[in-house]
Structures are given as structure tokens and as C-alpha cells.
Design a binder for this molecule. Structure first.
Ligand code: GH3
Ligand code: MG
Ligand code: MG
Ligand code: MG
Length: 337
């Protein structure tokens, strides 16, 4: 039995193959896992359909009236290929189609309605009800094989498209995540942090909550690179990120702002509480002994003022940080509220 890919490739060939009376090879070759639901109340017709479809390689599910067919269709997504008799006890063919198309995912089935040849406008009505195709009864076996084959190819195409969409969705998600993450430390990057800060500011203003920021800059980090090498410096930065992440509370958001600088958003936090947390981070970094080297950091803390924009808040946290540098490094300085 051919794979789906082979069947797709074969169906592509069909477009350029001139029409002949011979059954094309690809049309004969149907993967056995392809199922067809036959809903037909006439026993003889149902047996004939069962015989032919089985011979052509389809797995067949039978329903002998409309209610039974409907039950099968709503209980399972399979089979996706459906042959419905128009007139049956219980729900009639076109009504089944209408109901199915109205359900989530119900547009994915390929539905062929069997119409009596002498019924006026039957084909139009069947297609208008939402069927994909129709076959007049009594049916010609070659025509049936060909039309069911079209349905089968359409379902394969749908499947291939759905697989591609799935793949695309996963890639898009991954790209979006990468665009928001700092590659070295795995922390949110500057872009992501700015968005989160703007959002958090909106929430804080609406609810009258305080919100604070800690700005961190490693002390004399250039010397770490100069003595240990850049790749060791990278490892130290990863270690700093780990220490910061482990020290902050779960509602806080630590980010790598750039280089050896980190920003932490503290929702519902005053600058006094922020300073206590900053001091804990400072101490933990000092004691961490990352990659066999002792590093220290200077930290600035600022609390959002009423009506202040996020850039000014960042700037005030930075100014506090530079005061910490100026005053001798390895310390926390809090900006005036
Ligand atoms: P200060 O105490 O005044 O902040 O001194 P400093 O040496 O930390 O500051 P400076 O701005 O002079 O140097 C920052 C250093 O951080 C220089 C730069 O090479 C290093 N750095 C920035 N980004 C990275 C990185 O991704 N990996 C490594 N290994 N080093 C980085
Ligand atoms: Mg009937
Ligand atoms: Mg710096
Ligand atoms: Mg520095």
C-alpha cells in the first residue's frame, strides 16, 4: 500500500495524465486506513457499495439509516469520507450534511450524496446543502470509483495542509519565544521586559498599586573578561541570571537589559520592600562564587511615581545605580520616591 506522500505525488501526476478508459494506477491504490462511511437504507445498494469500496482498498463503516449515520459522525471524526443516500429513514442525507457543516470541524468531511437520477434539481440541492459531490443512482461503478478517489485526494490534501499549518504554528511560536528571550541567560530580553513593564504599569495605575524596579550592573565585569576570558565571562553572566532568578519572588520579573546589566520588575512593591530584595540579591551574588570567581554588583531601586512614564522610571533606577557605583560599588541605593 502506498504512503500518503506517494498518493499525493500520484494525484499530482493525474492532473497531466490524459483521460482514458483505463483506471489510472494511483486511483486504484488507496491506503487501507482510508475509511468511508456508507449510509444507505437499501440493503442491495449498501452491499454493492461495501463490496466495491472494499475491493478498492477502503475500510468501510456502514449505517442503514440516517440516525445511525448521524450517531457515527458525531461520535468520531472518522471516517472523513462519507457517502450518504438522500432518502433514508430517520435523518435524510441533505439534513445530515447541513447539521454536520454547522458543527465545529464538520466542514472537514468530504461528503458525496447519492441522488436518484429522476429527481429534479437533486444535484443542486445536495451541493447547496453543503455536500462536496453527488452521484446519481443507479451509479456507474467507474464513476463511483473516480468520485470517491477525488474525495480521498481532497482529504489527503487537507491533511497535508493541516500538518503544514501545525508545523508553521509551532515555528511561529518558537520564533516569538526567541524574539523575547535573551539567548545567553534565558531571561526575558529588553523588548519583552519593556512590554511587561508597560503592562504592569497599566495594571498598577488602574488598581492604585505601587510598582518598583531594581537595576543591576556587575562591578568591574570587564576585568572578569580580561582575566578569565570572554567565554568564562559568559558563564558568570549565566550564573548571575540563575542567582537573580532564584532570589526574586515568583511575581517578580527579572530580565537581561543588556551586557552585564539586569532589570527586575517588582509588582505591588514599594521602594523600601524593593531595597530589601535588592540587598538580598547583592548578598547572594557576592556569596555565589560563580565559575570560581567572586563578583559583586551595584543596584539601584526606584518606585514608580504617579503619572510617571516607564522610561523615566528606568532612568531613575539607573541614576540610583550610578550613585551606588560612585559611592564605592557593591551596594544598593534607593531613589527618592
Ligand atoms: P563598572 O563597575 O563600572 O560597571 O565596570 P565594568 O567593567 O562592569 O563596566 P564596563 O561598562 O566598562 O564593562 C562592561 C563589560 O561587560 C565589558 C563587556 O565586554 C562585558 N560584557 C557585556 N556583555 C557581555 C557578554 O554577553 N558576555 C561577556 N562575557 N561579557 C560581556
Ligand atoms: Mg434510500
Ligand atoms: Mg554596564
Ligand atoms: Mg558593570
Amino acid at each position: 500500500m502506498p504512503s500518503s506522500a506517494t498518493a499525493s505525488a500520484q494525484s499530482a501526476i493525474a492532473v497531466t495524465t490524459p483521460i482514458s478508459n483505463e483506471i489510472p494506477k494511483f486511483a486504484q491504490a488507496v491506503p487501507t486506513q482510508s475509511g468511508v462511511l456508507i449510509a444507505e437504507d437499501d440493503l442491495l445498494s449498501r452491499q454493492m457499495l461495501l463490496f466495491l469500496l472494499t475491493e478498492w482498498g477502503y475500510g468501510v463503516t456502514e449505517a442503514c439509516n440516517g440516525d445511525e449515520a448521524w450517531q457515527i459522525l458525531i461520535e468520531s471524526r472518522q471516517p472523513m469520507l462519507v457517502i450518504l443516500d438522500w432518502m433514508m429513514p430517520g435523518i435524510e442525507g441533505p439534513e445530515i450534511v447541513r447539521r454536520l457543516r454547522g458543527r465545529a470541524g464538520g466542514h472537514l468531511h468530504y461528503i458525496i450524496i447519492m441522488t436518484a437520477a429522476n429527481m429534479k434539481d437533486a444535484a443542486t440541492l445536495a451541493l447547496d446543502a453543503g455536500a462536496d459531490d453527488f452521484i446519481s443512482k443507479p451509479f456507474d461503478r467507474n464513476e463511483l470509483r473516480a468520485r470517491v478517489g477525488v474525495g480521498h485526494r481532497m482529504l489527503l490534501l487537507h491533511q497535508a495542509l493541516a500538518d503544514k499549518m501545525n508545523c508553521l504554528q509551532k515555528v511561529t511560536k518558537r520564533i516569538a519565544r526567541l524574539a523575547r528571550t535573551d539567548e545567553l541567560t534565558g531571561l526575558p530580553n529588553r523588548r519583552s521586559f519593556r512590554e511587561s513593564l508597560t503592562q504592569a504599569k497599566g495594571v498598577a495605575c488602574r488598581h492604585g498599586h505601587s510598582i518598583s524596579l531594581i537595576s543591576i550592573d556587575l562591578d568591574h565585569f570587564k576585568a572578569v573578561n580580561d582575566t578569565l576570558g570572554h567565554s568564562m565571562g559568559d558563564q558568570v553572566l549565566q550564573g548571575v541570571a540563575r542567582v537573580v532568578r532564584e532570589t526574586v519572588r515568583c511575581q517578580d520579573l527579572a530580565s537581561r537589559w543588556g551586557g552585564e546589566e539586569f532589570l527586575i520588575l517588582l509588582p505591588q512593591t514599594t521602594s523600601e520592600a524593593g531595597a530589601l530584595l535588592a540587598e538580598r540579591i547583592r548578598r547572594n551574588l557576592e556569596e555565589a562564587n560563580l565559575s570560581g570567581t567572586q563578583i559583586t554588583a551595584s543596584l539601584g531601586v526606584a518606585q514608580l511615581r504617579c503619572g510617571e512614564d516607564v522610561n523615566t522610571l528606568i532612568q531613575r533606577a539607573d541614576e540610583a545605580l550610578y550613585r551606588a557605583k560612585f559611592e564605592g560599588r557593591n551596594r544598593v541605593v534607593t531613589a527618592k520616591p
